[in-house]
Design a protein around this ligand. Sequence first.
Ligand SMILES: Cc1ncc(COP(=O)(O)O)c(C=O)c1O
Length: 403
Amino acid sequence: MAKINKDYTKLQSSYLFSTIAKKVNAYSAANPEADIIRLGIGDVTRPLTPTIIGALHSAVDEMADASTFRGYAPDLGYDFLRSAIADNDYKARGCDIDADEIFVSDGAKSDSGNIQEIFGRDNKIAVCDPVYPVYVDTNVMAGRSGSFDAATGKWSDIIYMPCTKETNFLPELPDKVPDLIYLCFPNNPSGATITKAALQEWVDYANKNGSIIIYDAAYEAYISEADIPHSIYECEGARTCAIELRSFSKNAGFTGVRLGFTVIPKDIVVEDVALHSLWARRHGTKYNGAPYIIQRAGEAVYSEAGKKEIRGLVDYYMNNASYIYNNLKAAGYEVSGGVNAPYIWLKTPDGMTSWDYFDYLLTEKNVVGTPGSGFGPSGEGYFRLTAFGDANKTIEAVNRICK
Ligand SMILES: Cc1ncc(COP(=O)(O)O)c(C=O)c1O
């Protein structure tokens, strides 16, 4: 008789964004005239830029001709894209990463969820609290979480690193040493960033203790200040302890196109095994490669015209971020993030819970955001607004909130 993976049954309710969508749909159905502005889910709204569209069109044309048609892509990615990534994202920043240490994928959600598969079930994981929920849920599915305590909102076998106002929304080095440490900077949901010196402490800690850092840099394109590292490989020693995840979703607007990559330096060796070869085996067995057409679009992101255009996209969203941040602050709200990240982290007013504030904004202001408590217990009393909306609608939403 077939048996299910019981770990899946431990997962807590539905995924955060499905719950939000259900609430918004129910409100919309009951109030069809309501002009709802969505600053909730971190999805982009601007179209792909001309250079990327051009690359997509010409790759499509190649597929129509027998002499340029492509079938299965190489499992780990086309060399043209892996080289463009290595040159532009790493070598140009002084990071020693080779093209064959880059694994092209369909995005950072899959990679951040799948990466745990190459680690044993008995690894102890540490996550920031609040956190991008995928890291926790995929470890629950894999049987690493232990049991859930509804009173604290925590899993018994997961180490939580609270990122609160007191810690400047940054994690502190845990007393109990984890085997795997998930870090995400610039951070989703809080928009916090880490300096190079502070990140270096994590790299040193991991190397000293034999831990592996899974570093999610999906929002690196939003960094505007100097001294904020774009890659963990800017830190000395990261080649022996850090895996980096990247995405084309938020820098180039590929949320619906799907493209990302994972970097695993060949120097990371665990129990005499190179993680690079384990991930290559995993990727090659379970994944048949991102589509040629999409990888050509990814390559275009690194062309001179592409770089200029995507800078324009990022600037558009960061103008929204500044508008949200400055106006809420001027109105007396406690806000952070929004400077090196497209997320604004807002303390809910009058001690409201995150979900009460969600309901209030939805029903009274017709604005949708994301309750901080959905990202972990330390997110309670906070609320996330994204800068990914249309500029005019963002202004309208902020004006409604401040009124
Ligand atoms: C921290 C973080 N990592 C990864 C992702 C997923 O990126 P992708 O669209 O490449 O799957 C997101 C998306 O919101 C994210 O916030």
